[in-house]
Design a protein around this ligand. Structure first.
Ligand SMILES: [Zn+2]
Ligand SMILES: [Zn+2]
Length: 231
């Protein structure tokens, strides 16, 4: 039995955003030739760093040990995000998450993968939770070898309401988001290495706030993987 996405695919097949070929949101060929990930740098200030480690000065506000970025937010990568979040094309999570898994950091086998929670108003608008969909696709597409094959997916974080990031300064946005997020079961977070997933990083306020909340619940170390960095 075909699901709704498959039926729509038969009537109006997807067009590859890279080359225009009919079939997928992004064809296999274009996935292979997608650009090299940006150079390894601190996501906070763009200073070059080894393994995308956050520099000492940005660590004080970003609270994340390393942020691995798959692409800059431009061209076909921007279009993929647009397809998922504004054209409601669920299938766009496949190439997005696939590209994120190709730069999976080499973290311990007991790492927990966690998505940033989406505002419920957005979930209602789209009819699906794009962040949870992305996290699920990410975990299933990770390399089937140690340590990645042992990583678990858990949705530790909850979101209280629908407040948008209205503050003008970074500090204001971080504290606003910090009040938004909460840890559902702090006992499960204690002592854990957590890899946060986010589709687009702009100022880093959401990631930073999520990391603060998780650390307050005793998380050992927080990493992040981002599909596209908007500069
Ligand atoms: Zn293509
Ligand atoms: Zn920095």
């Amino acid at each position: 039995m075909l699901n709704l996405d498959q039926i729509i695919g038969l009537i109006a097949p997807d067009i590859c955003l890279g080359c225009g070929a009919e079939g997928d949101v992004m064809c296999g060929q274009c996935m292979q030739t997608a650009g090299e990930p940006p150079v390894s740098c601190c996501a906070g200030c763009k200073a070059l760093s080894v393994n995308s480690k956050t520099c000492d000065s940005c660590k004080s506000w970003l609270n994340i040990y390393a942020v691995v970025v798959a692409n800059n937010y431009e061209g076909v990568y921007e279009q993929l995000i647009h397809s998922l979040k504004f054209d409601m094309k669920r299938k766009a999570v496949v190439p997005i998450s696939k590209m994120m898994t190709t730069i999976a950091p080499n973290l311990p086998s007991d790492t927990i993968v966690c998505a940033l929670p989406t505002a419920s108003s957005r979930i209602r608008q789209r009819g699906f939770d794009h962040a949870k969909l992305l996290a699920k696709a990410y975990i299933t597409q990770l390399p089937k070898e140690f340590p990645w094959n042992e990583w678990q997916l858990a949705h530790f974080l909850g979101r209280k309401s629908n407040v948008r990031q209205l503050g003008s300064s970074r500090a204001q946005r971080i504290s606003q988001m910090e009040k938004e997020y909460y840890v559902k079961n702090p006992v499960n977070v204690k002592g854990k290495t957590i890899l946060l997933l986010d589709d687009v990083m702009t100022t880093g306020a959401s990631l930073s706030a999520a990391a603060r909340v998780l650390k307050r619940s005793g998380a050992k170390r927080i990493y992040a993987t981002v599909f596209a960095h908007k500069i």
